[in-house]
Write a protein that binds this ligand. Structure first.
Ligand code: MN
Length: 235
């Protein structure tokens, strides 16, 4: 029998609401600047230029399941003095494909979750300003806490849902999914022209305005109406 020469790594499984089943994570794609207010606060024009994408690792070193009604303790990452939260609607694909049409995109969605695109903003800007990849600012250890996945049919009218993030009980981000520059279906369609998508892929759909720095001890609560909220404490 053929064996792996080192132990094979595990797939991250995100719990699915209302079941004891897990959603197996494959890739983690993220959309940059997909709310006008956030594009402005990042110093760019919120024009409807095509969406752009970056990735985070899909392994357990980056993706951390956040159980409901529990505080997930997340280590403050090294080499930053400016760690930012970005609360986002995460789309979980149940079906893959390339060149998916906008009209057909919704049928590829398994469900949705709340996630934080944690960002070492100082490193991201340092790389951005010299035209280098964002990896060290975006794709670090524990950079993608994600809550329970709610099946699409149980998530209500997600395209108009409220999205909110509080830090220590003070609301910092508050918007609606309807404010997305590129809708969920448009995002899936566009992303699938660059990459063949597959079941298990996650898409962080972008963050509203109001991002900011957090420090050890801060408690971050993220909510999207209709989905299970997540609570993260930086330690
Ligand atoms: Mn983001």
């Amino acid at each position: 029998m053929t064996a792996y020469v080192i132990p094979a790594h595990d797939i991250v499984g995100l719990p699915v609401a209302g079941t004891s089943d897990l959603f197996p994570v494959r890739r983690v794609y993220c959309v940059g600047r997909n709310y006008a207010g956030h594009a402005r606060e990042m110093g760019s024009d919120p024009t409807r230029e095509p969406p752009f994408f970056f990735s985070k690792p899909g392994d357990a070193q980056a993706v951390v399941p956040a159980a409901p009604n529990r505080v997930l303790e997340l280590p403050y990452p090294p080499l930053t003095n400016n760690l930012h939260y970005e609360c986002e609607l995460v789309v979980a694909l149940g079906k893959g494909g390339a060149n998916i049409s906008v009209e057909d995109a919704a049928s590829h969605i398994f469900g949705y979750a709340v996630g934080f695109d944690m960002t070492r903003r100082d490193l991201q800007f340092k790389m951005r300003d010299v035209g280098r990849p964002w990896e060290i600012g975006k794709a670090f250890d524990y950079s993608a806490p994600i809550g329970l996945i709610t099946r699409a049919e149980d998530a209500g009218d997600i395209n108009h849902a409220a999205i909110q993030l509080d830090v220590d009980g003070v609301t910092k981000q508050s918007s609606h999914i309807s404010e997305l520059i590129w809708s969920i279906s448009e995002t899936i369609a566009n992303l699938s022209t660059y990459f063949t998508l597959a079941p298990g892929d996650l898409i962080f759909s972008g963050t509203p305005e109001g991002v900011g720095a957090v420090v050890r001890g801060n408690v971050l609560e993220g909510k999207v109406a209709g989905l299970s909220p997540i609570t993260v404490k930086l330690v």
